[in-house]
Design a protein around this ligand. Structure first.
Ligand code: AMP
Length: 215
């Protein structure tokens, strides 16, 4: 099973991905996490991606498509959640071709709908574990000890691109590029829209239902 989680930054894709990994053994490809890992390693990819990410811009399609192709080839047998990919129509079309050549397809696209005003508050207050990517929020979900991940003991920080000026650009990129990508999936009838402003436990139940998961 191949599922896409699509939605603006801060709409809850990462939080829900972690639930599906923990409870159903999905593997997740978060292209954002992959790029942040490359930046920490100081690889060529990381050096290139950092420039775009620091400005809230999208990393060029050719690079992202190559990365995802490698990943899917290595995980072809597994149930995969794609979190943060595709973000453009070119990425969506390439993904379809990649999967088709392997007699595979996207089963469902979950669109996390959310009011843009809420996103700025969610993102500026968001803190992320640098080790396991667990997500916290300074108001709604603070960790037990400041700066330390409850789950793994890793360091919890504010992502550089969760600062307000970068967020504005990331949201603009979402409107411009990912909006049309959502329409692409709507016409293919694989899109399931979910109200991302509900409590995470309710969002989880609704996604489960849409995927036909009964327990
Ligand atoms: P995310 O953690 O998904 O919000 O991604 C953080 C940043 O990584 C984005 O603002 C982009 O700069 C870059 N990025 C992640 N996924 C993609 C993608 N599919 N296409 C282009 N850039 C991406």
């Amino acid at each position: 099973m191949k599922i896409i989680f699509i939605g603006a930054p801060g709409s809850g894709k990462g939080t829900q991905s972690r639930e599906f990994i923990d409870k159903y053994g999905y593997v997740q490809l978060s292209t954002g996490d992959l790029l942040r890992g490359a930046i920490i390693q100081g690889s060529d990819l990381g050096i290139l991606a950092k420039n775009f990410m620091d400005q809230g811009k999208l990393v060029p399609d050719e690079i992202m498509i190559g990365l995802v192709k490698n990943y899917l080839t290595s995980q072809s047998e597994k149930s995969v959640i794609l979190d943060g990919f595709p973000r453009t129509i070119a990425q969506a079309e390439s993904l379809d071709l990649m999967l088709k050549s392997n007699a595979d397809q996207i089963d469902k696209v979950i669109y996390f709908k959310i009011n843009p005003q809420i996103l700025v508050e969610r993102l500026t207050g968001r803190r992320t574990c640098t080790n396991c990517s667990e997500i916290y929020h300074i108001k709604t979900k603070p960790g037990k000890a400041s700066g330390v991940c409850d789950k793994c003991g890793g360091q919890v920080v504010q992502r550089p691109d969760d600062k307000e000026d970068v967020i504005v650009e990331r949201l603009a990129q979402f409107e411009k590029n990912t909006g049309p990508t959502i329409e692409y999936y709507r016409t293919k009838k694989t899109l399931f829209e979910i109200d991302g402003m509900q409590r995470p436990s309710i969002v989880f139940e609704e996604i489960k239902k849409s995927l036909g998961l009964l327990i």
